[in-house]
Design a protein around this ligand. Structure first.
Ligand code: CP
Length: 305
C-alpha cells in the first residue's frame, strides 16, 4: 500500500519520517538506475507566481526525463491572474488539464489553500517565507548522500534564518533525527521562536551565534542562505545585513574532512566563487539531486512505482 498516493505535499510535516525515507530511497534508485518512461501519458502543471530557476527547471527536467508532459507558466504576468483571475479559479481550471500541480506563490498558506480546493494533488514549490518541502527532501538526500546518515550531525544554518523557508522546512525534517543545530545570523534575522519550540519539545540542542569563523571546525554541514531582498519591506534594513556572511576558502582550512557546504541557491555574495572548486563545496551537486528527488515525489504521489 502506497501511503503517498494522491497526497499533496504542502508542508514537510505532511510526509511522515517513514514516507520521507521512502522518497529518499526511491530517489537513490532513480539516480543509480534511471527508470525510463514512468510518466508517459501524464501531464504535470507548474504554476510559478514567483521567480525560480532550479525548482521550476528541475521539475521540468524530472518530468521530461520520465517522458511526461509539463505545462504552466513561469510568471503570473503571462497568465490570466494578470487580468484579475483568482487563485481558486486558476487552480480549478488548471486541475482540468493536469494530473498534478506544482505551485510557487509569494503568499504563505497559498499552497495549503490550493490543496483544499484542488481535485488533483498540489506540490508546494515555496510559499512566501513559510515552507519549501521539495527543497527539504533534496537537502536531506544531499546530506544523507554525503554523510552516510541523517543521525547525529552538527548542522550549521547561516544567514537569513527569519525569512528563509528552506531552513524552516529543513529544521522540521531534521528534528526527527539526533541533530545538533547552530544558528548563525544577525539579531534581525534570528530563527523564529516557533521553530526553536519544536526543538525544545524534542529535547534537541541548538545554539545561536553572530559569527561562525571560530566554530566552523565543528560542523558536518554548513547550510548557507541568501539574505532575501524580496522579503524586506524596508530597503535600509536589507542594506544593513545583506553582506554579513561571506564564506571563503581560508575559513574551510581546519574543518572536518566530511564537511560539505550546502546552499539552496541562488547565491548573491554569501559564498565566494573560489569556494566552488573546493571539494567541500556541494551546492551544484545538491541542485542536481533535485531532479532525482522530484522524480521520486511525483511518481510516488501518482502511484507509479
Ligand atoms: N532553491 C531554489 O528554490 O531555487 P530557485 O528559487 O531558483 O527555484
Amino acid at each position: 500500500m502506497n501511503s503517498l498516493k494522491n497526497k499533496s505535499l504542502v508542508s514537510i510535516n505532511d510526509f511522515s519520517p517513514r514516507e520521507i525515507e521512502s522518497i529518499l530511497e526511491t530517489a537513490a534508485r532513480f539516480e543509480e538506475d534511471p527508470p525510463g518512461r514512468l510518466l508517459s501519458g501524464r501531464v504535470i502543471a507548474a504554476l510559478f507566481f514567483e521567480p525560480s530557476t532550479r525548482t521550476r527547471l528541475s521539475f521540468e527536467s524530472a518530468v521530461k526525463r520520465l517522458d511526461g508532459q509539463i505545462i504552466g507558466f513561469a510568471e503570473a504576468g503571462s497568465s490570466s491572474v494578470s487580468k484579475g483571475e483568482s487563485l481558486k479559479d486558476t487552480i480549478r481550471t488548471v486541475s482540468n488539464y493536469s494530473d498534478l500541480i506544482v505551485m510557487r506563490h509569494s503568499i504563505e498558506g497559498s499552497a495549503r489553500y490550493a490543496s483544499e480546493i484542488s481535485p488533483v494533488p498540489i506540490i508546494n514549490a515555496g510559499d512566501g517565507a513559510n515552507q519549501h518541502p521539495t527543497q527539504t527532501l533534496l537537502d536531506l538526500y544531499s546530506i544523507k548522500k554525503t554523510q552516510g546518515t541523517l543521525d547525529g550531525l552538527n548542522i550549521f544554518m547561516v544567514g537569513d534564518l527569519k525569512y528563509g523557508r528552506t531552513v524552516h522546512s529543513l529544521l522540521i525534517a531534521l528534528s526527527n533525527y539526533k541533530t545538533t543545530f547552530n544558528f548563525i545570523s544577525p539579531a534581525e534575522l534570528r530563527m523564529p521562536d516557533e521553530y526553536k519550540i519544536i526543538l525544545d519539545k524534542k529535547g534537541l540542542k541548538y545554539y545561536e551565534h553572530d559569527d561562525f569563523t571560530e566554530i566552523i571546525s565543528r560542523a558536518d554541514i554548513v547550510y548557507m542562505t541568501r539574505v532575501q531582498r524580496e522579503r524586506f519591506s524596508d530597503p535600509l534594513e536589507y542594506e544593513k545585513v545583506k553582506n554579513i556572511y561571506v564564506l571563503r576558502n581560508e575559513m574551510l582550512e581546519n574543518t572536518k574532512e566530511n564537511l560539505r557546504i550546502l546552499h539552496p541557491l541562488p547565491r548573491v555574495n554569501e559564498i565566494e566563487p573560489e569556494v566552488d572548486e573546493n571539494p567541500k563545496a556541494y551546492y551544484f551537486e545538491q541542485a542536481l539531486n533535485g531532479v532525482f528527488v522530484r522524480q521520486a515525489i511525483i511518481t510516488s504521489i501518482l502511484d507509479l512505482i
